[in-house]
Design a binder for this molecule. Structure first.
Ligand code: SAM
Ligand code: SF4
Length: 326
């Protein structure tokens, strides 16, 4: 068997690898201003370990796309080396970053073999950006977006987490920005995965509200979603598209095809999983490839039907988004 299938028959093709739990920003919806207790470096998977797991999953698990994330993946000194090696696997290779280091890195990442780039930015206003991230680096990220577009990636997407009363007045500004700069803006509903329990339902700006605001100015048509988490909306005048990731108001668990490897080597079958497989221990105990892949298959089979946000059965994972890898 060369696919990873859960007990509902869902085939998993998409691997998210968190390269680090560390970050140089402090987004208010993600972690507290003082940061988190970072992992010891000895507990973080090495480049060689990451590439070994990815290769196994591509060769024997049917994984066809790999996204690197974190924490902030660009704080890792061996990022280019990891990208180079993963690009040899013939997968669709992408990166999610806060964009602060892209002026230096965008071109080099393209040369190393990265295909696509998602950049997170939650305000286009420098002062608000600084309040949201506790760092005055809005211009740096905007320059990073330009550098990514200039480097010629097959797609550059912007991730925007919307929070009611905080940045939801920028929906139209972001859409104008996306059309002007040739990038796909994706609005993300705020999820209960922050490290410091700031989440509550009233802060979530649901997809229907986002579409109502967009519709005041733009005409657009809903497109096919497939297994992607984002609903896609194409402007009727042909100038690009935007998306909404409605994990809270309209979960897409039925079509989710993702598994995750955390920076400390936990294989998680869902962003909201409350269990994991300790792949790091297998890697560090001379376990053979066949045993590792069988253990991963078993973990995928245990995936739950859905995440239950918003109902009484929801259990928040003990790790936050930045620690699991968003
Ligand atoms: N540091 C990188 C970045 O910010 O793009 C990668 C890691 S970050 C955890 C990945 C994505 O998760 C970002 O787009 C971020 O906005 C999003 N995110 C973080 N916490 C979130 C939350 N509680 N709800 C929704 N999205 C969240
Ligand atoms: Fe860092 Fe990304 Fe979390 Fe912001 S969302 S604090 S950039 S890990």
């Amino acid at each position: 068997m060369t696919t990873l299938v859960d007990s509902f028959g869902r085939i998993h093709k998409d691997l998210r690898i968190s390269l680090t739990d560390r970050c140089n920003l402090r987004c208010s919806y993600c972690m507290p201003a003082e940061g988190l207790q970072w992992l010891n470096q000895a507990d973080v998977l090495s480049a060689g370990e990451i590439v070994r797991v990815a290769r196994l999953l591509v060769q024997y698990g049917g994984i066809t796309s790999v996204r690197l994330t974190g924490g902030e993946p660009t704080v890792r000194a061996d990022l280019l080396e990891i990208v180079e090696q993963l690009s040899q696997l013939g997968v669709d290779l992408s990166l999610t970053t806060n964009g602060t280091r892209l002026v230096k890195l965008a071109e080099r990442l393209k040369v190393a073999g990265l295909n696509r780039m998602n950049i997170s930015i939650d305000s286009l206003q420098p002062q608000r950006f600084a309040e949201l991230t506790h760092r005055d680096q809005c211009e740096q990220v905007l320059d990073g977006i330009n550098a990514a577009v200039g480097a010629g990636f097959s797609a550059v997407k912007l991730n925007v987490v919307l929070m009611r009363g905080i940045n939801d007045d920028e929906i139209l500004d972001f859409l104008h920005f996306g059309r002007k700069h040739g990038v796909i803006v994706r609005f993300i509903e705020f999820m209960p995965l922050d490290a410091h329990d700031k989440w509550n339902e009233t802060l979530v700006v649901p997809e229907r509200e986002i579409l109502a605001t967009a519709g005041e100015v733009f005409a657009f048509t809903r497109g096919e979603r497939g297994s992607a988490p984002s609903s896609r909306f194409f402007y009727n005048d042909g100038v690009g598209e935007f998306g909404v990731i409605s994990s809270v108001s309209a979960p897409f668990c039925d079509s989710c095809d993702r598994i995750r490897l955390t920076s400390d080597g936990q294989l998680r079958n869902c962003l909201f999983a409350t269990r994991h497989l300790d792949v790091k221990s297998l890697l560090r105990s001379d376990t053979d490839n066949e045993t590792i892949i069988q253990a991963i298959r078993g973990e995928v089979q245990k995936k739950e039907a859905g995440h239950n946000i918003g109902n009484v059965y929801f259990v928040k994972p003990s790790k936050s988004m930045s620690q699991i890898g968003g």
